[in-house]
Write a protein that binds this ligand. Structure first.
Ligand code: SF4
Length: 437
């Protein structure tokens, strides 16, 4: 790749830079040769860092921060896309999605995170928990809709220890052996270990034996101490979250790593969050993917505070692709940023748009109004110049949608609608499905 300083981009406003980039993107798609154009790389400092990162070199946290704050948006995006294409080689034309269902088994939680609109304190009249039959019913529904993965996610229920999760996971694996249980995270492990009075190692070993395949990596929010204490004062520290993940990786249970941006953290703290994850990844290699998404401000105690803008999100995605030379996958979020921005992430280093999300209640409770379906995700990827592919939890391709004429058109595979998507399946006891437009 040749990086050439085309113009003094500092003379352009951010809006102009976006327009220039959009025009170049159109040319890219038109000519079918994304990444071959020279791009604006800013100052000598940002140009040098972009060149090194695009060529596969490691960049420091300080360099990542400089790129995040100062590099021209289009140069940042093209460098990230260059890295993505080199990482994926002959499958770089593919973008992936997965069909999964988030099953929220309880909203009862003792941790009271200030950004959370989903939880209810114990004894609150709006608290609910689903029994095992209801959880299995939802798994059955998900399987019938083509899901390959279940993400169990719930509050820190004061009575749910390791035994509860052993019971649930073993029952799901007994009835639905083909489902991958990509569920929970370090926070739930920390909580269940405390409830049961056992070590982190014992908890992970037991739930893994019961059927958990990998950790979803939720609960990371922001790992840096200052902002984490502000938004989740009762949650384990970021260092502890990473310790639990490192233990899990050592026990053979891999995970993803997430980032909720936009709750008032500084730019430097955004980069520091990624630095903390990269350091652990250097030791374990157990993070399969980095998944940034944006805080949603409704119905929670942080309402009215900052929310990351679309441009900040795109810059973060691109910087993450350049910074994480040791994490293979990067997921763009359409659920929290919208489908247009989700689609754009595919040109800022993302290789995956995540799940159709047959059911999601946590982020939706805080105001995420976007929903999609398999047909639409396939269209988003195809119109971004990619070949869509359905993947499994390990990112292996299950179906590559090579020919648009053969694209699936099953409109039942829709986010948020699982409980009503199948005949007779709409009872959904106590399920607070969020109306989404
Ligand atoms: S984010 Fe999770 S741990 Fe925090 S209050 Fe919500 S449900 Fe509880």
């Amino acid at each position: 790749m040749v990086v050439r300083r085309v113009c003094a981009c500092s003379t352009l406003g951010e809006r102009d830079r976006v327009l220039v980039f959009a025009q170049r993107l159109d040319l890219d798609l038109l000519h079918g040769s994304p990444g071959t154009l020279d791009f604006v790389t800013g100052t000598a400092a940002t140009a040098d860092i972009l060149q090194r990162a695009a060529d596969g070199g490691r960049i420091s946290p300080d360099e990542a921060l400089l790129l995040y704050t100062d590099a021209p948006l289009h140069g940042l995006g093209e460098a990230a896309d260059t890295v993505r294409r080199r990482m994926y080689g002959d499958i770089a034309h593919i973008a992936t999605y997965i069909i999964d269902r988030n099953i929220n088994y309880t909203n009862v939680c003792v941790t009271a995170c200030k950004f959370c609109a989903f939880y209810r304190a114990p004894k609150h009249k709006e608290g609910w928990s689903h029994d095992l039959d209801e959880i299995l019913r939802r798994c059955d529904e998900a399987v019938k809709l083509g899901a390959t993965q279940i993400m169990l996610q719930g509050g820190h229920h004061p009575e749910y220890g390791v035994e509860y999760y052993e019971t649930v996971f073993s029952a799901i694996k007994r009835d639905f052996p083909s489902l991958t249980l990509h569920s929970l995270g370090a926070s739930e492990v920390e909580h269940m270990s405390r409830v049961s009075g056992v070590s982190i190692e014992e908890s992970i070993t037991r739930i893994h034996a019961a059927g958990l395949d990998s950790f979803a990596g939720a609960g990371a929010e922001i790992l840096v101490e200052r902002p984490r204490k502000v938004i989740a004062p009762l949650k384990e520290s970021g260092e502890r979250w990473l310790e639990v993940m490192e233990t899990a990786h050592g026990l053979g249970v891999e995970s993803t790593a997430t980032f909720m941006m936009g709750t008032g953290e500084t730019n430097a703290e955004r980069i520091e969050h990624m630095r903390m994850i990269r350091d652990v990844q250097d030791r374990t290699g157990g993070f399969r993917s980095f998944i940034p998404w944006t805080y949603q401000p409704e119905n929670n105690h942080l309402k009215g505070k900052t929310q990351a803008t679309s441009l900040e999100y795109l810059r973060l995605v691109a910087t993450a692709r350049l910074f994480f030379d040791n994490v293979r996958h990067l997921q763009g979020s359409w659920l929290t940023t919208g489908k247009d921005i989700g689609q754009l992430t595919l040109h800022y280093g993302a290789d995956d748009l995540g799940s159709v999300m047959l059911e999601e209640n946590v982020v939706s409770s805080a105001g995420a109004k976007h929903r999609s379906n398999r047909t639409e995700l396939i269209h988003l990827m195809r119109s971004a110049g990619r070949t869509p592919a359905q993947r499994d939890t390990l990112y292996d391709h299950l179906v590559v949608h090579e020919d648009p004429a053969n694209d699936p058109s099953d409109d039942h595979i829709v986010s948020h609608f699982a409980s009503t998507a199948l005949p007779g399946g709409g009872v959904g006891r106590n399920l607070p499905l969020v109306e989404a437009s």
